[in-house]
Ligand binder design. Structure first.
Ligand code: WTA
Length: 654
């Protein structure tokens, strides 16, 4: 055995129990957690009903906890009524009205602080503006904004009046925005002239105009925040500035009591077909889980400053920026720009300046910042940080240890949190004051979350370290309710595999001898690029939409920083380009995909071939393509290939 493999085994077996001081001061201690597990095991529904009454303010109490009559379309707290925004804002006013809710820093260094009282007033003003523009409960509103407080204000304002928001990440292209606007049947788009990212201006209004050119007649109003002052066209009768929309609006707005199952938001995410899925979340169950996990996993206490670096365009930015931390009464940090602008110390400078105590980010950011060296974080005072978290993809032990030593000063627990857009909140994670962590493992399912690993037949895999399907065997409050407009796809994607008995996450996992979960990766055609989900089919459809492309296949290959990178094989129309021509066409196609889907979807590699490797029955041999993309030796039998000679082209040797 080489030194390196011995070292990796040793590293993986290292355990990190929480420090004594941390454990002593934590909200949840071993005894609390034990009691929660016991209570959930004894009566799953009563466990959730108890928490729902303890943690949330209801305008009408519920009499039914779980309605399974239309399973797997489960419903929670079905006859209860509440308002999500009231639970995030109003319920904090008496106790902490003057406490800072949001500390904002723009990429250019501009700063703003909003107390709970000020934030509530801003949300109310904007909610009144929405009403004045004719938005009613149930209407869909698309939010396409930079990471500024107004994005969160828009979300909370929708929640206050029962409008269903669908946030589209500002890095997505006009075409992606259009698809989502159409699928959601949105009446309104809320955007900004532009936002700042990496020293450049992202022109969101221009992209919005382009998106709305076709097929979006149902959008009759666009509200535009002036953020970047970059100038933009305003369409008469349709577009209105944010400042004009709120002018004269009252700073109070009665929160509308809504049914627990009223849809709170749609959030589109990639699946294994070319069409993104509108994941639909309901109000009360989501809010409950968001609040609970912010307290349980992030140990949010009165003096904490919580910075989750996710954009509100992703689920992490919903549950751990826009909703959960506010419901838990926290002070949060919001930052508009790139982690490396103007240099690799930006994150650490923000942590120092605003006294961040809890820091939550993605492994891809950790790897990128780690690569810049230890000298950069060493220039900043990170001593206030007491808890670290990661999300979005498996974290390699090397990055974990760096995070622990260099950012956490070896004193902070790390919570490696496994969850999905569909689960609404963190499902498998350490509880920081209790669980001994192992680098690379998300440890154990939370109380009330019945996660398991099963084989092809649905039988639990009990032997340690055997891989299998990660499933959730009992419904939980923040589970997705359906895929917007396509319930068949909901059932097919998440439930059919095991006859509607278990929720199938789409990940494979193994459990070690201590019962710790290790996520192994996706089992479908979904890739995880820098912690962002991307369906290979989406990229393939974008590629074949280009006039010079006849056929395309996209696979993932490991990437040092992004986790996974996109590798595209393209069969061009006409002659196969080589040399400079190939490089030129590759560039054109990369930009094309960037335009079609967004910059994150640009393939890292594009290789041209006369054909794709197919079996005699015409199926693309994706496994073979993955092997070639990794540069591994081909050991599989390629004799069934229709055209074995193309292997050299795919390898780039011909
Ligand atoms: C992956 C992000 C390993 C996983 C919240 C999942 C992870 C997908 C982890 C969901 C983790 C998320 N360890 N893998 N801690 N967290 N994943 O919907 O493949 O953007 O299915 O939600 O990210 O991505 P999504």
């Amino acid at each position: 055995m080489t030194d390196k493999s011995i070292e990796s085994i040793l590293t993986e077996q290292r355990q990190f129990p929480p420090g004594e001081d941390f454990a002593k001061a934590a909200r949840y201690k071993q005894a609390d957690l034990d009691a929660m597990y016991a209570s959930a095991a004894q009566d799953h529904e009563a466990f959730w009903a108890g928490l729902a009454r303890e943690l949330l303010d209801w305008s009408t109490d519920f009499t039914q906890t779980l309605d399974a009559s239309a399973a797997p379309n489960y419903r929670w707290f079905t006859d209860g009524e509440l308002n999500v925004s009231a639970n995030c804002l109003d319920s904090n006013l008496a106790e902490r009205g003057d406490k800072t809710a949001i500390v904002f820093e723009g990429e250019g260094g501009d700063r703003r602080r909003l107390s709970y009282r000020e934030l509530t007033a801003d949300v109310c003003r904007f909610a009144n503006a929405l009403k004045a523009q004719g938005i009613e409960a149930g209407d869909r509103v698309v939010i396409y904004m930079p990471m500024v407080p107004e994005a969160l204000i828009a979300m909370q304002a929708c929640a206050r009046i029962g409008a269903v928001h669908s946030v589209v990440f500002g890095g997505f292209s006009a075409n992606s925005l259009r698809d989502r606007v159409i699928d959601a049947g949105a009446r309104m788009v809320i955007t900004a002239d532009g936002g700042h990212r990496g020293g450049k201006i992202v022109e969101l209004k221009a992209a919005t105009d382009k998106a709305l050119e076709e097929g979006c007649e149902h959008v009759d109003r666009v509200i535009v925040l002036k953020r970047a002052d970059c100038g933009c066209a305003m369409q008469d009768g349709r577009d209105i500035w944010w400042s004009d929309a709120i002018a004269g609006q009252a700073d109070s707005c009665e929160p509308v009591p809504l049914n627990a199952e009223h849809p709170l938001f749609l959030l589109y995410t990639s699946g294994s077909t070319g069409k993104p899925k509108g994941i639909q979340q309901a109000s009360a169950g989501y809010l409950l889980y968001a609040k609970l996990t912010n307290q349980l996993i992030f140990d949010i206490q009165e003096d904490d400053v919580f910075w989750c670096t996710a954009d509100v365009g992703w689920i992490t930015g919903h549950t751990y920026v826009a909703y959960g931390p506010l419901a838990a009464g926290a002070t949060i940090v919001m930052y508009e720009g790139a982690p490396t602008y103007p240099d690799g110390g930006r994150f650490w400078s923000i942590c120092q300046k605003h006294g961040v105590t809890i820091f939550y980010t993605a492994p891809t950011a950790i790897r990128a910042l780690m690569k810049l060296g230890d000298d950069i974080p060493a220039q900043y005072d990170l001593s206030k940080i007491r808890l670290l978290g990661t999300v979005g993809e498996p974290i390699n032990p090397e990055a974990w240890i760096w995070y622990h030593e260099v950012i956490g000063g070896e004193r902070c627990p790390i919570v490696d949190t496994w969850w999905q857009t569909e689960t609404g909140g963190i499902m498998i994670s350490p509880v920081p004051g209790v669980t001994a962590t192992k680098p690379g493992s998300c440890t154990r399912p939370l109380p009330g979350i019945d996660a398991d690993i099963v084989d092809e037949e649905g039988t639990p895999v009990d032997a340690p370290d055997q891989g299998g399907y990660l499933v959730i065997k009992k419904p939980w409050p923040s589970m997705l309710r359906t895929i917007w407009g396509d319930n068949d796809r909901y059932i097919e994607t998440y439930w059919e595999k095991f006859q509607n008995r278990y929720y199938v996450a789409g990940d494979s996992a193994r459990r070690d001898a201590d019962g710790y979960f290790w996520i192994m990766g996706r089992i479908d055609d979904v890739l995880n690029i820098s912690g962002h989900r991307l369906g290979t089919m989406e990229v393939e459809s974008a590629l074949v939409a280009h006039p010079r492309v006849a056929e395309a296949a996209v696979v993932g290959r490991p990437h040092e920083i992004k986790g996974e990178a996109l590798f595209a094989y393209v069969v061009p129309k006409g002659d196969r380009p080589t040399g400079d021509d190939a490089a030129e066409l590759a560039k054109v196609l990369r930009n094309w995909v960037g335009e079609e889907l967004g910059p994150i979807a640009k393939p890292d590699d594009i290789r041209f071939a006369d054909n794709l490797p197919k079996t005699r029955s015409g199926k693309i041999m994706r496994r073979l393509l993955r092997i070639i993309a990794r540069g591994d030796e081909i050991t599989q039998d390629v004799s069934t290939l229709e055209n074995p000679a193309i292997i050299d082209q795919l390898r780039g040797d011909a």
